[in-house]
Design a protein around this ligand. Structure first.
Ligand code: 13P
Length: 251
């Protein structure tokens, strides 16, 4: 099955208000009318509102980098799914490795966040990825399979159209050392097999799996040619118009 490529920029904790809006406007102007691939950006929470406005009428979707697993109440410092919808976000990252490993987010917490996001109609990009010692110990498939299955616990087949999976090996994030197309392809094929076991072949074939980790304009094409790679989740190279465009416009 041919899946529409999905290229997304995770801005992480970078840029300021002015730079965020300028980047959004630059992408909007360059990508007007783009419909053969899906594009999204994930700005910091505090700039979501303005980036949504800057991208009004553009095919580029705006998402948040995180959300709270609770609906509302005494959760100081947290941001709810409803608040994201309120400012016009359409999707949200869950389980990014920086959340899992720097802030201790468990598979169970990620699962609650997935459920919360889906309950308000947000699309979800569920991130999975192994650490270097896990890869070196031959545990890549076990780790990413567990993260995927646990993250999707209780998610009905009917919601899977709102799900994207991002495979982001931790050792490749921000290191300049991208996974080889063979490594990415093997991991993606394993993840698609997990989806097949959980949801059957038709759904497994329709879910897009992005690769993330040191994606750059000069390696995107070979990565996109790897089996089961349907797009990219880009950090550093998504912070400038030209470099992100060089990825979005891969051939
Ligand atoms: P880099 O592209 O900077 O390696 O970051 C990848 C990533 O974590 C995207 O979510």
């Amino acid at each position: 099955m041919k899946r529409k490529p999905f290229l997304a920029g995770n801005w992480k904790m970078n840029l300021d208000r002015k730079a965020s809006v300028e980047l959004a406007r630059g992408l909007r102007d360059a990508l007007a009318g783009t419909n053969d691939r899906d594009v999204a950006v994930f700005p910091p929470f505090v700039y979501l509102d303005e980036v949504v406005q800057a991208l009004a009428g553009s095919p580029i979707k705006v998402g948040a980098q995180n959300l709270c697993d609770e609906k509302n109440g005494a959760f100081t410092g947290e941001i709810s799914a409803e608040m994201l919808v309120d400012v016009g976000a359409k999707l949200v990252l869950v389980g990014h490795s920086e959340r899992r490993h720097l802030y201790g987010e468990s598979d169970e917490l990620c699962n609650r966040k997935v459920q919360r996001a889906l309950s308000v109609g947000l699309d979800v990009v569920l991130c999975v990825g192994e650490k270097l010692d896990e890869r070196d110990g031959g545990r890549t498939d076990a780790v990413i399979g567990r993260q995927l299955e646990a993250g999707l616990a209780g998610v009905a087949a009917g919601s899977m159209g709102k799900l994207t999976v991002a495979y982001e090996p931790v050792w490749a994030i921000g290191t300049g050392r991208n996974a080889t197309p063979e490594q990415a392809g093997a991991a993606h094929t394993h993840l698609r097999g997990v989806l097949r076991r959980l949801y059957g072949d038709a759904i497994a074939q329709s879910v897009r799996i992005q690769y993330g980790g040191s994606v750059k304009p000069d390696n995107i094409s070979t990565l996109m040619n790897a089996p089961d790679v349907d797009g990219a989740l880009v950090g550093g190279a998504s912070l400038k118009v030209d470099s992100f465009l060089g990825i979005v416009r891969f051939k």
